[in-house]
Design a protein around this ligand. Structure first.
Ligand SMILES: [Zn+2]
Length: 385
């Protein structure tokens, strides 16, 4: 659950709520001064001061100097998340390329390595184990994996990752068996669908969400299409953690055969693999922006817009965020996509939906979300009922 400003809570957990609000605001706007925190959160100066003091004592926050200038000559000190408070191993599994890195508590990455995805699960686990042996000597708290597929509701098993041909794969257990002997502590291993990670990253520390946005759709375009849904301020998972498979909504009855078994699924027309056979690396592709014919881009933007319009008409979100490999050609197709979505929207109000490119560019949003997931016990805050 996301803790959003303005949530009505009982006074008994008000202190925990304020603590989470302060941590979340620092995550989004760090470095920040106590004065700014008071202004943004509209909670008293003394509460902010008391809670930030406690958080500094516990090692979660650190002071990082002062603001440049202030009118009365006193420069308020700036606070930020302490990167050394906790570290986690994070992996983004891509269909062709994957990323492994150490995420620290301030959501930055160290020892980042991009590698070709080993399609054999045993070899994949072997690669991660070797990386850990060679690169990690310090204590890491957990391992979070971003999956291009559906994960079970306990976040331990891959139900299906169709483009990797992985089914009912107990990946967490396989990794635990190899990695636990390498650490003093037992590693907490957890995974989730990549689009869920992308949308939580965008909600919690992206730059495209307005304060009153409650319904947010993140659409990840790559080899397939994944969507992460935030409905009324909450990540929507559905009954079995399988919600968001809009890549498999049928846009053409009896259309192109899809690996899911159906025909005419949206991702058979609008995933990036439909316009290039090239295996696109994480850092992108020159081919994508130089070699594609304008007619190909036009057809492609119609396919992209058709699916987005279906989702917009069905869910009526505040904002649709697109990410993944599509970012390499978004400049060329965005105007066309936005215009076509407007034309296909069911009402003039629906047509005003914002369609934006993800604010994460240095590292994919799903990797940032995997990092956040590692520290979710801190940032999620108390569950409010
Ligand atoms: Zn399908």
């Amino acid at each position: 659950m996301f803790l959003v400003k303005g949530t009505i809570v009982s006074s008994t957990n008000q202190k925990n709520v304020n603590r989470t609000l302060i941590l979340n605001t620092i995550l989004k706007s760090q470095p920040i001064s106590q004065v700014q925190l008071t202004k943004v959160l509209k909670i008293s100066k003394s509460t902010v001061s008391r809670i930030t003091f406690d958080l500094m004592q516990s090692g979660m926050l650190k002071s990082i100097g002062t603001t440049k200038s202030s009118k009365n000559g006193r420069n308020p000190s700036l606070i930020a998340l302490n990167p050394d408070y906790r570290k986690s191993l994070v992996v983004k599994i891509g269909v062709n390329y994957s990323i492994i890195a150490i995420a620290n508590f301030s959501m930055t990455f160290e020892r980042v390595k991009i590698f070709k995805t080993k399609k054999d699960p045993e070899r994949f686990v072997g690669y991660i184990t070797e990386f850990v042996k060679k690169n990690i000597s310090e204590r890491v708290h957990s391992l979070s994996l971003s999956i291009p597929g559906i994960v079970d509701k306990d976040f331990q098993k891959i139900i299906i990752a169709p483009n990797l041909d992985w089914k009912n794969l107990l990946l967490a257990e396989m990794l635990k068996e190899k990695l636990d002997p390498l650490f003093d502590n037992s590693l907490k291993i957890s995974m989730d669908n990549e689009a869920n990670f992308a949308v939580i990253a965008e909600m919690m520390f992206g730059k495209k969400i307005n304060e009153d946005d409650r319904n947010v759709i993140f659409i990840l375009f790559g080899e397939g299409i994944g969507t992460g849904l935030v409905i009324n301020g909450q990540l929507y998972r559905g009954r079995w953690n399988t919600a968001g498979e809009f890549g498999h909504m049928i846009v053409e009855m009896g259309g192109k055969k899809c690996h899911c078994g159906n025909s005419g699924c949206w991702e058979r027309y609008a995933s990036i693999s439909q316009i290039t056979r090239e295996k696109i690396s994480i850092s992108g592709s020159k081919f994508l922006n130089t070699q594609l014919k304008s007619s190909t881009l036009k057809t492609y933007s119609t396919a992209v817009a058709t699916g987005i319009a279906n989702i917009v008409n069905g869910i009526s979100p505040d904002v649709v965020i697109v990410g993944g490999t599509i970012s390499k050609i978004w400049d060329e197709i965005s105007q066309d996509v936005v215009r076509k979505v407007k034309e296909m929207s069911i009402t003039p109000d629906a047509a005003n939906v914002r369609i934006e490119l993800s604010s994460f560019s240095e590292y994919p949003a799903e990797l940032c979300g995997a990092a956040l997931w590692s520290f979710w016990d801190v940032f999620e805050g108390p569950v409010l009922v």
